[in-house]
Design a protein around this ligand. Structure first.
Ligand code: BT5
Length: 263
């Protein structure tokens, strides 16, 4: 993959479909760079790609480990959606990553609500969707996608050794990241276009088909609450519906899901 040196001005873009891709050597966070562009221009379908991030972000202020060899990118889009619908972009991006990994490498992938793609039960990709609003309407959406591509297991911090994996580790060889970007963008764009023409229910069904935790007993940490119950469904807004042990149904809009062993 060709590299751009760090520089203040934007590097020359590569074009894939109608996305303009700006490839940086090192940034703090691709989401942060994409957000700056969103706020200072009326461009859209901009992709910020970086070889490494010094302050890669997860949800809720968590850190995202982003060494060389991974695929760290953010899509900046201006969809006609409400704030409540922004999570739909996380779900379609997860499907696009899962299908791309499956088609390119034959690896079986699962998705975990709300923003993970797993291989062999371990996190290979995380997605961070952020929105910018003006007068209550969505002005832009940043979909940040981190895929552990050519990363050696031994380079992951100790805390991630048991929960994370990489394509290199699963396959035993280094993959072509340029092809991965291209295939992911094609896959994402196909779904993004379907979303824009009202095919959300088809897209949601695709995501559900990849979600192995549905129908299983889960623990959900949501804000200050810990809920245990059966993960029943994902509703039209992308919220998780669980049936608690006392039979009560609850909808969760944000949180972390862990599969429980006992049924
Ligand atoms: C996420 O958050 O999974 C969202 C990750 C989004 C990263 C992309 S990279 C490009 C773009 N630019 C950014 O700055 N971010 C996006 P969350 O569900 O909160 O998970 C975060 C947790 O995952 C951390 O607290 C760690 O436990 C774990 N983690 C950190 N780095 C990881 C990695 N490389 N692989 C797997 N797990 C990781």
């Amino acid at each position: 993959m060709s590299r751009q040196n760090p520089q203040k001005a934007r590097p020359a873009p590569h074009i894939i479909l109608d996305y303009r891709i700006y490839h940086y050597h090192k940034v703090s966070s691709t989401n942060k760079v994409a957000k700056k562009i969103a706020k200072s221009s009326d461009e859209e379908k901009v992709v910020i790609l970086a070889e490494t991030q010094t302050h890669g972000k997860g949800r809720l202020g968590r850190q995202w480990f982003s060494p060389n060899g991974g695929l760290w990118l953010s899509l900046m889009l201006r969809p006609q959606i409400t704030l409540r619908e922004a999570s739909k972009l996380t779900l379609i991006a997860s499907c696009a990553v899962a299908r791309t990994i499956d088609l390119m490498f034959g690896l079986k992938t699962d998705v975990k609500w709300p923003n993970d793609v797993l291989v062999n039960g371990k996190k290979i990709c995380g997605i961070l969707t952020e929105t910018g609003t003006k007068d209550g309407s969505v002005e832009f959406v940043i979909v940040g996608v981190g895929i552990n591509a050519n990363i050696d297991m031994k380079s992951f911090p100790e805390g991630l050794q048991d929960t994370a994996t990489s394509l290199k580790h699963e396959l035993g060889f280094e993959i072509n990241r340029k092809k991965l970007v291209k295939n992911f963008l094609q896959s994402f764009d196909q779904r993004y276009r379907r979303l824009q023409v009202g095919l959300w229910s088809v897209l949601l069904q695709e995501w559900k088909n990849l979600a192995i935790f549905l129908g299983r007993r889960v623990e959900v940490k949501s804000f200050d609450e810990v809920l245990v119950g059966k993960a029943l469904d994902i509703d039209e807004d992308g919220g998780l519906i669980i049936r608690l042990e006392n039979g009560v149904l609850r909808k969760v809009i944000a949180g972390d899901v862990t599969l429980q062993k006992k049924v």
